[in-house]
Design a protein. Structure first.
Length: 85
């Protein structure tokens, strides 16, 4: 971690997608825990739908967070590298 304030780093536009990714992860986990398909017998359609929605939310949230981490901690842009002459 760096000791410099966020204002000095500039705005890279990852705050909103990261927050959305965390929200999707939280909601998908909550939905999976609340539905508890392993404790409630139900129709295969209901169980499959619950697992599908929870899994999709969890994967979408993980994808958003992964993209944000790669943006923030990835390699520097090509514009900052010196040009070969």
């Amino acid at each position: 971690m760096s000791g410099t304030p966020c204002e000095e780093h500039g705005d890279d536009g990852t705050a909103l997608p990261a927050a959305l990714g965390l929200g999707l992860l939280a909601f998908g986990g909550w939905l999976l825990t609340t539905a508890r398909p392993w404790q409630k017998p139900g129709t295969p359609l209901t169980l499959g739908l619950g697992w599908t929605v929870s899994g999709a939310l969890l994967l979408a949230g993980l994808g958003l967070l992964t993209r944000c981490v790669r943006t923030v901690h990835g390699a520097p842009e090509a514009a900052h590298e010196p040009a070969d002459g």
